[in-house]
Ligand binder design. Sequence first.
Ligand code: MN
Length: 263
Amino acid sequence: MALEEYRRKRDFTKSPEPKGKDLPARKAPRKALFFCVQKHLASHLHYDFRIEHNGTLLSWAVPKGPSLDPKTKRLAMHVEDHPIEYGTFEGVIPSGYGAGLVMLWDRGTWTPEVDDVDKALAKGDLKFTLEGFKLKGSWVLVRTRGYSRSRDRDRDAARGESSGDGRSWLLIKHRDDWAGDLDITQFAPLSVKSERDFPEILADDNPDIWRSNRPVEGGATGAMLRSIIEEAAKLKAARIQDLPGRRQKSKVRSKGKRPKAGK
Ligand code: MN
């Protein structure tokens, strides 16, 4: 006991010094940790909600994105932890797992509203506060028992259907000043890192990357990706036109190819 020696040395019937109370061990302070939401256009558009915990990013894929309306519970599929550095990534995943576009849609800090995050996760009920650019105030992640509609759980997750393997959670906004019926994904669709949309993000990289083999072809997502690729290619072409080096070059060339008089 930490105060034993202090007490052994004193006679509190004779000294005005405090005897001291035996307080329970102080619980870990609730400190602010990193969180982010990455808008990810892969096989389907979804929002990856990530919170820093024990040196990694705990991650949930939220097919419809977060809702500020406490009545709207959004399915959140618990996925594998991601490295902390991943939390500021924005760009193009050319191929393989998660191939597509990643936009840093929101970032900031999260603060657990519980003393023991691991215990809350094990229980399947984690309450926390967000301080992001778009998402703020009190939220909860609650694990659901869910159900399994098919054996293809990844496909279910991508489609926003829950499965019964304990990976299904719900992301719910608590009622507070930051709740409301504003559709935040529609109202604030752009990157908090670059203020850009998907076509600009792709134009920064290589818009031709999926010319022959797109990560997704069919359906609404395929159509969305096709129009993004088209728009990105136009943006890139326009940027190349505007490059100062290019303008100078063409001036030089036109000088050399001056039309002859009389032609
Ligand atoms: Mn994802």
